[in-house]
Design a protein around this ligand. Structure first.
Ligand SMILES: [Zn+2]
Length: 155
């Protein structure tokens, strides 16, 4: 089991200004989510936290490779992940999330000491997956394609 603590930003104890964090995300990370589309991964997450007096900015750079299932032949398919995300963290009476036009805004309670990034990393990696997850032309599992052919209704 991986350590959950790995994906934590302990902002409360940090001075104002910019701080960097780095995590690696692999197979175990996604295995703990039942709904994960990712079976294996080698992804690097770099986070830059800018601590202001009233709010926090978190910029994530997520890059690497994820293994998903091909939509066409169901064989493993490697896809490149390369995405940048900006989050704002504010403090208020009602913790939760709100969206402005471009960025995710997270509301934490004034008592919160740390930001658990695990679920956000999970979501952002999935959002970075291509909509069409298929092998290149002719690269699909031939045996499986031949079997599928038998079931396809010819138009
Ligand atoms: Zn395929």
């Amino acid at each position: 089991m991986y350590e959950v603590e790995e994906y934590i930003i302990p902002f409360k104890g940090l001075p104002l200004g910019s701080h960097s964090f780095e995590w690696s995300v692999g197979k175990d990370f996604f295995a703990s989510y039942e709904m994960s589309e990712i079976d294996d991964a080698n992804i690097n997450v770099q986070a830059t936290l800018v601590k202001h007096t009233q709010f926090l900015e978190v910029e994530l750079q997520i890059a690497g490779q994820a293994e998903v299932q091909c939509d066409r032949c169901l064989d493993p398919l490697l896809v490149d992940i390369d995405t940048e995300v900006a989050m704002y963290v504010k403090f208020g009476e009602t913790p939760g999330e709100e969206d402005d036009d471009e960025n995710d805004v997270i509301i934490l309670s004034h008592n919160d000491m740390e930001l658990d990034m695990q679920h956000y990393i999970y979501e952002y990696v999935h959002l970075a997956l291509p909509i069409k997850k298929v092998h290149g032309e002719g690269k699909c599992n031939k045996e499986m394609m031949a079997r599928l052919e038998q079931y396809l209704v010819k138009a």
